[in-house]
Design a protein around this ligand. Structure first.
Ligand SMILES: [Zn+2]
Length: 276
C-alpha cells in the first residue's frame, strides 16, 4: 500500500469519527472517498456504525459499488449513493450520506435551506430529491443503481441534496472539504430553524454566499477546522491509529479476506441488499 493510500484511508476513518463525534452520524450514515490513484474505485467502511469503523473495515468498490476483491464483509445497502455520484461527478472525491436531526426537518417539511451565517455558505444551493416521484412506494433506502443515479441527477452540479423524509447527501472535492461542508451545513440548518422560530430570517445575499463560500473552502480554513475537529476526537478518545500503523493493519486484515474468498462473492451480493 502506498503512503498516499494509507494516509487517505486513515483520513477517511478520522472523518467518520469526526462526524460521529459532531453528532452528524449516529448508528447510520456513511462516508466514502474516491481511490487516490484510480478514479473508477472508491473506499467505504463495511456495514457498521461509523464511530466503530476501523481502517481494517474499509472495502474497495468499483463505481458500480461491487467489491474489487471478494469479501465476506456485509456492505451498506445504500452504497450506490456513493458509486453513482462518483460516476456522475468526476470532480467529487468524497461523499457523505447522513440523517442528522438538524437537517431532517428541512427534508420533512420541504423548507428550502438557505445560508444564514458565513460558514454555512458552503452548502450552496441545496436541491430536493423525492424517491417517491420516480419509484413510488419503497422501503426508502437507496439500494438500486437506478435509485442512486436518480439521486445523483438531483444533486446535479451542487454539493448537497436533501432526500425527502430520509436525510441528506453531501459531496466534496476532498475529505476535508466534505467534512467542513457536512458539519457547517448541519450547523446552518440548526441556526436557520432557530431563526425561523424567532420569526425572521436574514440570509446571506447571493453575492455574500458566493464570496464567503469560496473563501471558506480554501485549505487554510478547511485545515484549521479539521485540526479543531481532530482535537475533539482525540479528547473523546476516538482517534484511530496513525497512518503508518493503519497501513500495517490493512495488510494484516487482507489475508483474512482472501482466505474467505472462494465462498464469498454471491453471498455478499445477497447480504448487501438486506442490510443498511
Ligand atoms: Zn439513509
Amino acid at each position: 500500500m502506498s503512503d498516499q493510500i494509507a494516509d487517505t484511508l486513515h483520513e477517511l476513518i478520522v472523518a467518520t469519527r469526526i462526524l460521529a463525534n459532531e453528532k452528524v452520524l449516529d448508528a447510520f450514515g456513511h462516508v466514502s472517498v474516491r481511490h487516490p490513484h484510480d478514479p473508477q474505485r472508491y473506499f467505504i467502511p463495511r456495514h457498521r456504525a461509523p464511530e466503530l469503523a476501523e481502517i481494517s473495515d474499509l472495502v474497495e468498490l468499483t463505481l458500480d459499488s461491487e467489491p474489487v476483491r471478494p469479501t465476506e464483509f456485509r456492505l451498506y445497502s445504500e452504497k450506490v449513493i456513493h458509486g453513482e455520484i462518483y460516476k456522475a461527478r468526476p470532480d467529487v472525491s468524497a461523499v457523505c450520506h447522513h440523517h442528522a436531526h438538524t437537517v431532517l426537518p428541512f427534508a420533512i417539511s420541504g423548507q428550502q435551506i438557505v445560508p444564514v451565517f458565513h460558514l454555512g455558505a458552503v452548502v450552496g444551493h441545496v436541491p430536493f430529491w423525492d424517491q417517491r416521484d420516480e419509484f413510488g412506494d419503497t422501503n426508502m433506502l437507496v439500494v438500486k443503481p437506478e435509485e442512486g443515479a436518480s439521486l445523483a441527477r438531483a444533486l446535479g452540479p451542487h454539493w448537497m441534496v436533501l432526500m425527502r423524509r430520509h436525510g441528506a447527501t453531501v459531496a466534496g472535492t476532498s475529505i476535508r472539504e466534505l467534512i467542513f461542508r457536512t458539519v457547517f451545513g448541519s450547523d446552518n440548518c440548526k441556526l436557520l430553524a432557530q431563526a425561523m422560530a424567532l420569526g425572521h430570517v436574514d440570509s446571506l445575499s447571493p453575492g455574500e454566499a458566493k464570496l464567503t463560500s469560496a473563501h471558506q473552502q480554501r485549505p487554510p480554513s478547511t485545515n484549521r477546522a479539521w485540526d479543531y475537529w481532530v482535537r475533539q476526537v482525540e479528547k473523546a478518545g476516538l482517534m484511530p491509529a496513525k497512518a503508518s500503523t493503519g497501513g500495517r493493519g490493512q495488510k494484516r486484515a487482507a489475508p483474512a479476506k482472501r482466505r474467505a474468498a472462494p465462498k464469498s462473492s454471491k453471498k455478499v451480493a445477497v447480504k448487501a441488499r438486506k442490510h443498511r
